[in-house]
Design a protein around this ligand. Structure first.
Ligand code: GDP
Length: 197
């Protein structure tokens, strides 16, 4: 898929105020600082679409972007920000879990995981929760350019392995880099395929 247009539509703190659910929607989520904004910008070819920042955990908004007038790319606030208070974590959980549970046009959640690290408990727990809720998700390993391919692939394997304690089968994954655009075409093709089914 070629991204011809990527337009910011809205930022919401309330699930009731989201755009009408009349187009297929794909949500991007992961731990703060995982590289979500950078990847969204790389996918859309727009360096300024999603804000990239060195200060993790700032935005608690659901951002909708309209891609090619045909589908929504949704940027969700990151989880697992170490400095976040318990109460702000609880607010995040309620808000995001509500969105993911009720959004009827949500086709798939892309769970972003930093390919430099061994499986982290909060990423695994989040995948487990999606599985329990029956929400489709795919794994997106980020920042592949930051470590050797062997190391990244080893972490990917370990993540799949860890998921097998709860899942009979693990979802497909993409190994990506916002720097080199590794995996970006494949990810857009996956969205294309879901859209055309
Ligand atoms: P977010 O908090 O998940 O939206 O993360 P950002 O996109 O703001 O990225 C966090 C930091 O990681 C920034 O300094 C980015 O420049 C850096 N970063 C993100 N993706 C990549 C990548 O693919 N390669 C490299 N080398 N750095 C990245």
């Amino acid at each position: 898929m070629i991204v011809k247009t990527a337009t910011f539509i809205s930022s919401n703190t309330k699930v009731d105020k989201l755009p009408a659910a009349n187009l297929p929607e794909y949500a991007f989520i992961g731990r703060s600082n995982v590289g979500k904004s950078s990847l969204i910008n790389a996918l859309t070819g727009n360096r300024h679409l999603a804000k990239t920042s060195q200060t993790p955990g700032k935005t608690q908004l659901i951002n909708h972007f309209l891609i090619n007038g045909a589908w929504y790319l949704v940027d969700l606030p990151g989880y697992g920000f170490a400095k976040a208070s318990k109460s702000s974590r609880a607010v995040w959980e309620k808000f995001i879990r509500r969105y993911l549970s009720i959004r009827e046009n949500l086709q798939c959640v892309f769970v972003l995981i930093d390919s430099r690290h061994e499986p982290q408990q909060n990423d695994l727990d989040f995948c487990r929760w999606l599985g329990e809720k029956g929400i489709s998700f795919l794994l997106v390993f980020t920042k592949a350019d930051k470590s050797s391919l062997a190391k990244a692939n080893s972490n990917v394997r370990k993540f799949h392995q860890a998921l097998l304690q709860w899942f009979e089968e693990t979802p497909p994954h993409f190994l990506t880099s916002a720097e080199s655009r590794l995996g970006c075409e494949q990810l857009l093709t996956a969205i294309d395929e879901i859209n055309s089914n």
